[in-house]
Design a protein around this ligand. Structure first.
Ligand SMILES: NC(=O)C1=CN([C@@H]2O[C@H](COP(=O)(O)OP(=O)(O)OC[C@H]3O[C@@H](n4cnc5c(N)ncnc54)[C@H](OP(=O)(O)O)[C@@H]3O)[C@@H](O)[C@H]2O)C=CC1
Ligand SMILES: O=C([O-])CC(=O)C(=O)O
Length: 268
């Protein structure tokens, strides 16, 4: 079987873990290329790891890869998705919050025959939410609690003069829709964007965000009420080297990549 060629756009907390795993070997998959903001830094890291892969520009990824994992800042989403989708290829999107205001990327995938894949990422239970969405979902509510350092610097906090420094008790810093949360916290709550895309959309999916000095993990809990089932789910993510990003996110990418070529697929 010809291996599926995987590109990685963004060599940070998620990208490095995915590159390492692909280089170590995943059945039916090969690391085909990497794109980074600073190609010199990327080359030095690859060399230090003994990983052989070309460092290329975002716009030339389609000639190297069948599927690109987008694990870069939200601001780069367009530059990663457009060339790949225009070439009828696949992009696995981690910056899910940046997809909400860009429905034209989904239209591009539809018109060209490419595909955007949003993995479960740092979340849980999107299989159940997508199943329930085949029927009628009445409501989806999410509550996120993060250590203050996992929220510091978010545009919503800056614009509203909310400080999370030196908190001694939990502070609810936001309550609103997934759409508003994705704008105010573009690097902190991609999870609620993925949840919205799986279920009832960004305007009806609600979220509370708490800065909680009492937690060490990024904690997400979700309640879904549907005509097929009522369920609640929660996950406590151990932060990776990037305090905003749970370690499980890169593992979710690996699981989703493995499914691309697996003889047995479990879960939706
Ligand atoms: N869907 C989900 O469940 C989750 C999504 N995420 C999202 O995934 C994305 C990646 O997260 P994470 O790995 O933790 O982030 P990091 O900040 O650790 O890594 C991002 C990398 O992208 C690089 N980069 C910056 N600009 C470009 C560019 N123009 N082209 C290519 N690479 C670039 C950065 O380089 P440099 O440092 O040199 O600027 C950095 O190495 C983020 O948007 C994050 O919010 C995170 C967790 C969960
Ligand atoms: O959604 C995100 O961007 C990150 C997150 O909450 C987590 O890793 O738990």
């Amino acid at each position: 079987m010809v291996p599926m060629r995987i590109g990685i756009a963004g060599l940070g907390a998620i990208g490095r873990t995915v590159a390492r795993a692909l280089a170590d070997g995943m059945p039916g998959l090969e690391l085909a290329c990497v794109a980074a903001r600073d190609p010199g830094k990327a080359r030095a890291w690859l060399e230090s790891q003994g990983i052989v892969a070309p460092v290329v520009k975002l716009e030339s990824m389609p000639s190297h890869a069948d599927l690109v994992v987008e694990c870069a800042p939200a601001s780069v989403l367009d530059d990663i998705c457009r060339p790949m989708l225009s070439a009828r290829k696949k992009v696995m999107v981690l910056s899910a919050g940046a997809l909400l205001p860009r429905p034209e990327l989904i239209e591009l995938a539809r018109s060209k025959g490419g595909q955007i894949i949003v993995p479960t990422g740092a979340l849980i239970g999107l299989d159940a939410v997508t199943a329930a969405a085949q029927g009628t979902i009445h409501s989806v509510r999410m509550v996120t609690r993060k250590p203050p350092r996992g929220l510091a610097g978010a545009p919503y906090l800056v614009e509203n003069g909310i400080s999370v420094d030196g908190l001694t008790a939990p502070l609810r810093v936001f309550a609103g829709s997934a759409r508003e949360a994705a704008i105010g916290f573009p690097a902190n709550v991609n999870v609620v964007a993925a949840l919205a895309l799986a279920g009832i959309g960004p305007d009806r999916t609600t979220i509370e965000i708490w800065a909680d000095p009492g937690v060490e993990r990024n904690c997400h809990s979700i309640e879904v009420d549907a005509d097929s089932a009522k369920f609640s789910m929660s996950i406590e993510n151990i932060p990776s080297e990037n305090p905003r990003t749970g370690r499980i996110t890169a593992l979710s990418v690996l699981a989703a990549l493995a499914k691309q070529r697996a003889p047995l697929r479990v879960g939706t």
